[in-house]
Design a protein around this ligand. Structure first.
Ligand code: ASP
Length: 329
């Protein structure tokens, strides 16, 4: 089992008001070019500043989360919006969710194929429908009625993600052959090792309200109809009056551990800190064989960013505008 990294080398001088992740996975410095590293760092920074701009002018944590996530959804670098990974069938099916800690309201969309910014559709579900989660064509119809930007499914094509799927399909067929000929069924699925790239944000506004949001294309080569943790309230996203959490990683494990809610529950019922609670949940996930990470921000501006993968794209910004962006363990 891999260990839990904290990703918290520096302790911020003042309270953190916004924290983001751009996915956890096998992100190794040895495999990164300086150009690529800079592109990720710049994108994370732009996302932090977009959210911070809203907070600093008195905007709500909800609006800040939406703005920060839009930047990453519109970038081909992340597995959300534009850069979404491909399903086994070669399509892109996107999931997103949002939760407001102030009143426990929440919204989510799952398996959408034509919504440019799924986080905005999740917000619309929360604010303009009596529901929490809408899926597939129904969610798309609803988004259209709400005037949310739609795109052709081909908008989500990126060469890098397409090539990743082709590589995995090739590996898969080799694995089946091996399985058949040599009865070696323990071949490790390659998609598990690929960096995931989901995005998420937790923000704390000047009224003390916390909002958490997550957006993803899911996992490369996922089967028809597969939905991960990202749009599942309590699993991939959760917020209450005390804390907000957004997760990334092998979604099945985060669902089975009700990961995001478990952090909030450990804090509420066992009085653990954000750091202690989130480390404990990532430890449990690792013990079961799952991997990933999460970002946690509490009402006092304490931040925790635990993960048990090689890296996690992550960053935060403090009340005075101090920015911190990190990638590796
Ligand atoms: N958690 C996402 C999912 O399982 C993937 C990720 O975080 O990259 O759909």
């Amino acid at each position: 089992m891999s260990s839990v990294a904290m990703g918290q080398q520096a302790v911020p001088k003042d309270k953190v008001v916004l924290v983001i992740h751009g996915g956890a996975g096998t992100i190794l410095k040895s495999k990164m070019t300086p150009q690529k590293e800079k592109a990720y760092t710049d994108a994370l920074r732009a996302s932090l500043l977009a959210g911070y701009d809203i907070l600093k002018t008195g905007g709500s944590s909800e609006k800040a989360v939406e703005a920060a996530i839009h930047v990453m959804e519109d970038s081909p670098l992340f597995n959300a919006g534009k850069g979404a990974v491909f399903t086994h069938e070669g399509t892109n099916e996107l999931d997103a969710s949002i939760m407001k800690g102030k009143d426990g309201s929440a919204g989510a969309v799952a398996g959408v194929t034509t919504i440019k910014n799924p986080i905005t559709a999740a917000i619309a579900v929360m604010e303009s429908s009596p529901h929490v989660m809408m899926m597939g064509q129904g969610a798309e119809r609803f988004a259209k009625e709400q005037g949310i930007t739609q795109v052709e499914p081909s908008y989500f094509y990126t060469e890098e993600r397409w090539d990743a799927l082709q590589r995995i399909l090739k590996e898969d067929s080799k694995a089946v052959e091996l399985d058949h000929n040599d009865k070696q069924s323990s071949t490790k699925p390659e998609w598990k090792d690929d960096k995931f790239g989901t995005v998420g944000c937790v923000a704390l506004d000047n009224k003390g309200d916390i909002t958490a949001g997550t957006s993803t294309g899911g996992m490369t080569n996922k089967k028809f109809g597969r939905v991960g943790d990202s749009p599942v309230i309590g699993a991939g996203t959760y917020a209450n009056k005390q804390v907000g959490i957004s997760c990334t990683g092998w979604g099945e494990y985060f669902i089975r551990n009700v990961a995001a809610y478990d952090v909030a529950a450990l804090m509420e019922y066992r009085a653990l800190s954000a750091l202690e609670a989130s480390k404990e949940v990532i430890r449990k996930i690792g013990e079961m064989g799952g991997d990933g990470g999460m970002i946690v921000l509490d009402k006092d501006g304490n931040v925790a960013l635990p993960f048990n993968t090689a890296g996690m794209y992550r960053g935060y910004i403090t009340e005075s505008g101090e920015v911190k962006v990190e990638i590796y363990k």
